[in-house]
Design a protein around this ligand. Structure first.
Ligand code: BDR
Ligand code: CA
Length: 313
């Protein structure tokens, strides 16, 4: 089978960086057509730069990187330097990338790619606020039916929120964009906090990256080391959740995850619960299902896959 074509939409972010590396370490299964950066964890000027740093680290300067939207659809940008550090990729020493940023806007790249490719050929993999994807759908409604699937990190049900008591960061930053995507009719696979909080990089798992003896392994160890200080202090957990790599891992080994096909609506109005993913986990409404909302992951299987693929780079 030829590799599955994907566009990664991202706001790196240490966990985004690991997710991109997981995809680039899996060329037999995944063909990364391009990476579109969006404002999220840090402003766009940094996320597009960080995406290029990651491609260079993997020696994949052939992957085109595009800058997309620099602000959410209807609100001002909320960032997460308190988690990711000032650069978004704090941890190891990093040089500025030398590979160029593409001139095309990220949204136009998404539109042009979907128009060029046959229907059901391209999967979108968003790991940040959904601004780029929603803007592309608004600007070019004809592309919506051409998307094969969207596999995204965002939202929560049992875990509720990590940026407010009610909302997960990616959805909170741009709930209007999330609403467009969740109502688009495209098949959706959602990796909420309920799953990602089970994919923890504990000390032995960080060590496994470091022991690879490669530059990529060292960088992943340094990033995850930095990233875990926040979650350990805040939640008393044994490590940091590798949120975004769950999306790519699903594309590689879907059997690692389990969930329910349910209705998920996005709260856009209430100031108290803005960005909440109202997930009908218990089927208490008759609203139509619009997402495969994951609830569990085989964490050891996930880390075995991750370390095996990162070691290839
Ligand atoms: C999500 O928010 C960001 O901080 C992470 O990169 C991840 O995409 C988790 O809530
Ligand atoms: Ca992210």
């Amino acid at each position: 089978m030829p590799p599955r074509k994907i566009i990664i939409d991202t706001d790196p972010g240490q966990d985004d960086a690991v997710a991109i590396l997981l995809a680039l370490g899996s060329p037999d299964e995944l063909e990364v057509l391009g990476i579109t950066a969006v404002a999220g964890n840090v402003p766009l000027a940094l996320t597009q730069k960080n995406a290029r740093i990651v491609c260079e680290l993997a020696d994949r300067t052939d992957i085109p990187v595009f800058a997309g939207c620099d602000a959410p659809l209807a609100h001002s940008l909320v960032t997460a330097e308190h988690v990711h550090g000032k650069t978004g990729l704090d941890g190891p020493q990093m040089d500025d990338p030398t590979m160029p940023l593409q001139e095309t806007h990220g949204v136009d790249f998404i539109i042009e790619t979907l128009r060029r490719e046959a229907a059901d050929n391209v999967t979108l993999v968003p790991m940040g606020p959904l601004t780029n994807i929603a803007t592309a759908f608004q600007k070019a409604p004809d592309i919506v039916e051409k998307v094969r699937e969207i596999v995204l990190m965002g939202g929560a049900y049992f875990e509720v929120g990590n940026i407010t008591p009610a909302a997960e960061f990616n959805i909170y930053v741009d709930p209007e964009a999330a609403e467009i995507v969740f109502k688009s009719g495209v098949p959706l696979v959602v990796m909420p906090l309920d799953v990602t909080h089970k994919a923890l990089v504990t000390a032995p798992r960080v060590d496994a990256f470091r022991k690879m003896g490669t530059r990529v392994g060292e960088m992943v160890a340094a990033w995850t080391d930095f990233f875990e200080r926040f979650d350990k202090a805040k939640y008393g957990s044994k490590g940091a959740p590798l949120h975004d790599p769950c999306t790519v891992a699903y594309l590689l080994q879907p059997e690692l995850f389990s969930g329910r096909t349910i209705n998920v609506e996005i709260e856009v109005k209430s100031p108290l619960t803005r960005g909440m993913t109202v997930a009908d986990w218990w089927y208490v409404t008759d609203r139509d299902a619009n997402a495969l909302f994951m609830g569990d992951v085989d964490a050891d299987g996930f880390f075995n896959l991750l370390t095996e693929r990162i070691a290839r780079l």
